[in-house]
Write a protein that binds this ligand. Structure first.
Ligand SMILES: Cc1ncc(COP(=O)(O)O)c(C=O)c1O
Length: 387
């Protein structure tokens, strides 16, 4: 039996494949972006309480009232997007499901969706699964900004949406207000939606500010703002995300979400309320801890003889491997996972097929304990510094 043309038209995730190779060869996994430390104890306790107190059946499809209220408050206060829990908020199984549900709710076959490259690898298959055509615009090294003229040229009469991921995976770029205003202006001119991925909204370095494009003038009515609990609260396995959208878009998103998954895990939704009610000190400590990890990661990349691209946010660092003379990023990544025992992700997996930009780049993920980073250093530096 053959699989469908649709399923045949994209590959399995390279990032998750690297994690599988890591399990096979052992060593240190700096490929997939998940923490190797525990979430805050109070939210684990809240999850246990919810399991004991009867939250074990389906919740309301689009999310428990308490969690939708907490997300609406977060949107209103932190993102500066006034949100109503009943008409604007849908709770999903991760930002991943929110993205595919939003695209399926907004796009028709033949519609175009603008995607910045490099990109988090889900967006390509998401576009295909929603029968839309991706149009890619380059984020350029070394600071990963786009050329406004190239972006303007990518918008056509068929453009229905642009995906905006800030802070950005894999580059760590934090889009400035001015960059977001340029994107917003094009959305308004072309009657297009911004569909965002703000999953790293709380992880920013060097006093940078997170700006939500949905908070800019005229954008609230044409933005789906997506985020979730995975990264902010170190619970990537809980699969809890949300989409904040204008009422009509919310109706579409809820409809798709209902038939994709019925609903997100009920007891964990309860625990996420506790998470979103953590005090401001939690977020300050999160930034301090990630800043220490970021600085350490950059230092290790340099000590191993590579050029780092210092991230402004999120928890990934791209590195230039051209000093080593490897044929390409895939060959080098396989050498690292098999011979050195460090799993990373080849840069080309963040670019459209055929684009050369990622061929001498790899991505390190650093949501790890400092001991884990030290173990990676102990493998990388002796193997690479003499190469
Ligand atoms: C940019 C980006 N969006 C979404 C996700 C996944 O989010 P979730 O766990 O909420 O599905 C990731 C995970 O690495 C990511 O890097």
């Amino acid at each position: 039996m053959n699989i469908s043309h649709r399923a045949a038209s994209f590959q399995e995730s390279v990032i998750r494949e690297m994690t599988r190779l890591h399990v096979l060869y052992g060593g240190v996994n700096l490929a997939q972006g998940f923490p190797d430390f525990d979430p805050p104890p109070e939210i684990i306790e809240a999850a246990c309480r919810a399991l004991h107190e009867g939250c074990n059946q389906y919740s309301i499809t689009w999310g428990t009232p308490r969690l939708r209220e907490a997300v609406a408050r977060h949107a209103t206060e932190f993102l500066r997007i006034p949100a109503d829990p009943d008409t604007n908020v849908t709770i999903t199984c991760g930002a991943t499901e929110a993205m595919i549900a939003a695209l399926m709710a907004l796009l028709n076959p033949g519609d175009e969706v603008v995607i910045f490259a490099p990109f988090y690898e889900n967006y390509g298959p998401d576009a295909i699964l929603s029968s839309a055509l991706p149009r890619y615009v380059a984020l350029r090294e070394p600071d990963w900004r786009f050329d406004p003229e190239e972006l303007a040229a990518a918008f056509t009469p068929r453009t229905r949406a642009v995906i905006v991921n800030t802070p950005h995976n894999p580059t760590g770029h934090v889009f400035t207000r001015a960059e977001l205003e340029t994107i917003a202006e094009l959305c308004l001119r072309h009657d297009a939606f911004a569909v965002t991925d703000e999953i790293y909204e709380r992880i920013l370095y060097d006093d940078r500010e997170h700006v939500a494009i949905g908070s800019l003038d005229g954008m609230r009515e044409r933005t789906v703002t997506i985020s979730g609990a995975s990264k902010t609260f170190s619970v990537t396995g809980w699969r809890l995300g949300w989409a904040i959208a204008p009422p009509e878009a919310s109706i579409g998103i809820r409809r798709v979400h209902d038939f994709l998954t019925v609903g997100a895990p009920h007891p964990l939704q309860e625990a996420a309320v506790t998470a979103l009610n953590l005090p401001a000190t939690y977020y300050r400590q999160l930034v301090r801890d990630y800043t220490a990890r970021r600085n350490r990661m950059v230092q290790i990349i340099q000590a191993a003889g590579m050029r780092p691209f210092v991230p402004e946010g999120a928890y990934y660092a791209m590195a230039d491997i051209s000093p080593f003379g490897a044929r390409d990023d895939v060959e080098f990544t396989m050498y690292l996972v098999k011979e050195v025992g460090v799993a990373v992700v080849p840069g080309s997996s963040f670019y459209p097929a055929g684009w050369p930009q990622g061929k001498q780049r790899i991505r390190f993920a650093f949501p790890k304990r400092l001991e884990t980073l030290a173990a990676a250093e102990a493998r990388l530096v002796p193997a690479l510094s003499g190469r």
